[in-house]
Design a protein around this ligand. Structure first.
Ligand SMILES: Nc1ncnc2c1ncn2[C@@H]1O[C@H](COP(=O)(O)OP(=O)(O)O)[C@@H](O)[C@H]1O
Ligand SMILES: [Mg+2]
Length: 366
């Protein structure tokens, strides 16, 4: 098979551990220069998939191609990959320079070239001057930079990263996210980046695959996934959502009316759903608005509910408003902070456009 167009290609890869199918018939490709995220909850098969790409785990079925070469039966060192792990895995008794150069030494690269590559990568991760320190003399962020440098020093055809920022605190993680994007853009090596953190995946990558139970639920451009999730799982996994479950009572045009514990709401009709069926409807908090009860900010097409404002959590650029609607359910709305004329305890109006939410047939209904 000729697959030379792709930096990485997996064809129908499977991996079974006893009764668990950790990776289930996964096919995808990554192009040169791409930042590709594998996103999924714990246990969804991300690490196993990455280890199959690296050659640390054998694929039960299927094939792995790197730069057009079939590497399915090749050992890790012959695949042209670099790896970065969550727990850094630095050698404690080696200096930063020795840690980073280790893959080059294994390759028996001449000393002068080793020095050249080391200098290049130290510059890239902004760790020049730290060559002679030991890992325990570094901060968490610096250790992560060293791990990253070691993954990149041999100029691999592809860099595999398994939750590399998971052990860093939130502030440092934010900073390293920006750095990661910079490294990747500068060196033009494709990154395959595993994370369970949706915000991280959306910040960093160009394309995202959402994994669940060893399978790809959806693969695509990150905005596409965010704006047009293909499944209820993807919709619920990406973004802060209000989850509404109701039964269809009527249908007209592209809209179904659902009964949500006594409140009637119009939602886009999911494919194959008829009157009497259950629907899951996901409403992103940031697509919604809140205001004084007498306001009608969004016009005739908007859905509008009366609610009691229970709490406001200030988030800086926006606030999260927690309300209780008339059926006793809670909703969260992210809107501009400091909205005139509403305070905690007030009766308010919440509104959104029906088509701004995502509706799916509820499980077990089809
Ligand atoms: N070496 C192994 N032996 C048995 N089961 C494993 C092994 N590695 C992973 N698994 C199982 O495979 C599934 C996927 O695991 P993993 O790839 O680590 O998921 P993730 O990285 O998304 O958290 C889990 O059910 C896990 O328990
Ligand atoms: Mg994992």
């Amino acid at each position: 098979m000729q697959t030379s167009a792709h930096a990485l290609e997996l064809v129908e890869v499977e991996k079974q551990f006893g009764p668990v199918r950790a990776v289930d018939n996964v096919s995808f490709s990554v192009e040169k220069g791409e930042f590709f995220a594998l996103l999924g909850p714990s246990g969804s098969g991300k690490t196993t998939l990455l280890r199959i790409i690296a050659g640390l785990e054998s694929a039960g079925k299927g094939s792995v191609h790197i730069g057009g070469r079939d590497v399915t039966r090749k050992p890790p060192y012959a695949r042209g990959i670099g790896m970065v792990f969550q727990d850094f895995l630095l050698f404690p008794h080696k200096t930063v320079g020795e840690n980073i150069s280790f893959p080059l030494k294994m390759k028996k690269m001449p000393a002068a070239r080793q020095k050249e590559q080391l200098d290049w990568v130290l510059e890239l991760v902004r760790m020049k001057g730290f060559e002679d320190r030991f890992p325990n003399q570094l901060s968490g962020g610096q250790k992560q930079r060293v791990a990253l440098a070691r993954g990149l020093v041999a100029r691999p055809d592809i860099l595999l990263l398994d939750e590399p920022l998971a052990n860093l605190d939130r502030e440092l993680r934010k900073e390293m996210e920006v750095e990661m994007r910079r490294f990747q853009a500068e060196i033009d090596i494709p990154f395959v980046y595993v994370t369970h953190n949706q915000e991280e995946a959306l910040t960093l990558s160009n394309r995202v695959a959402v994994m669940k139970d060893g399978r790809f639920e959806q693969v695509g451009d990150k905005l596409e996934l965010y704006e047009a999730p293909a499944t209820a799982f993807v919709a619920s996994f990406l973004g802060l959502n209000n989850t509404i479950v109701g039964q269809v009572t009527a249908q007209e045009g592209g809209l179904s009316t659902i009964d949500w514990k006594g409140i009637r709401l119009p939602v886009p009709t999911p494919e194959g759903v008829g009157v009497g069926d259950s629907v899951q409807y996901y409403l992103r908090s940031e697509k919604m608005h809140i205001g004084p009860l007498e306001d009608t900010p969004e016009g005739a097409d908007a859905t509008r509910l009366a609610a009691r404002l229970r709490d406001i959590i200030f988030k800086g650029q926006y606030s999260d408003y927690f309300v209780i609607v008339e059926n006793g359910e809670e909703m969260v709305i992210s809107d501009v902070p400091d909205i005139k004329g509403i305070t905690i305890g007030d009766q308010v109006a919440v509104s959104w456009l029906p088509e701004d939410g995502f509706a799916f047939a509820a499980k077990g209904d089809r």
